[in-house]
Design a protein around this ligand. Structure first.
Ligand SMILES: [Zn+2]
Length: 207
């Protein structure tokens, strides 16, 4: 198959149709990404905030360059009752600036994800308990590495996407499943422990 692909690429050239078999192309993690700013950010129409949000801000919508769709079905239990709720529905104590979540209403599941401040745009994909724990534990290596590098998170994510060979817009802890968390965590842990200063080839591109 590899030989066929190589021959095919040789014959056809590096066309768009060959992208999915080009080993140099970043891999698609499968997370749906809508690129570009939410059209509501520039619409004339009055912004309607879905309950229980008090408002939605155009300025905040504009900050989100790539977004994932609002979840309507839970990928873990298949429940189609996913609802925007206040933090206090899940947490005993509320913290953060924008205290809302998308929550799978199947009580046995309870997957959830946060929301970009002053918008109704999810921060990523729904996470069940195992995914939340994997995101938290592995992200801590990333954060320790970024702190040591004194590196901005945008640059850090760009570096990580290259290390993982995934699309940059899909490279965020809130979009990772358990496997991707473990892969990303292992990369960050190894870099942290070997003590070398990172020199990602695209640091200049990220500025
Ligand atoms: Zn669920």
């Amino acid at each position: 198959m590899a030989l066929f692909q190589a021959l095919s690429r040789f014959v056809n050239g590096n066309t768009a149709s060959q992208e999915n078999i080009d080993p140099n192309q970043p891999l698609d993690t499968g997370v749906t990404i809508i690129s570009g700013i939410d059209p509501r950010a520039t619409s004339e129409a009055k912004l309607i905030a879905p309950a229980p949000l008090p408002h939605i801000s155009r300025r905040s919508l504009k900050r989100v360059k790539h977004r994932v769709p609002v979840p309507d079905t839970c990928p873990y239990c298949g429940n189609d009752h996913v609802e925007l709720v206040e933090h206090k529905t899940v947490y005993k104590r509320s913290y953060g600036e924008w205290l809302y979540l998308y929550l799978c209403r199947n009580q046995a599941c309870g997957a959830y994800v946060g929301v970009h401040p002053h918008t109704d745009i999810p921060l990523g994909t729904l996470a069940d308990l195992a995914t939340r724990e994997a995101r938290k534990a592995n992200k801590s290596w990333f954060m320790r590495l970024m702190k040591r590098q004194q590196c901005g998170l945008n640059i850090g994510y760009l570096w990580l996407s290259e290390e993982m060979n995934i699309r940059a817009e899909q490279c965020h802890w809130s979009m990772f499943d358990v496997d991707l968390c473990e892969q990303a965590g292992a990369i960050c842990k190894a870099k942290f422990e070997d003590g070398t200063i990172l020199m990602p080839k695209n640091f200049s591109r990220a500025k």
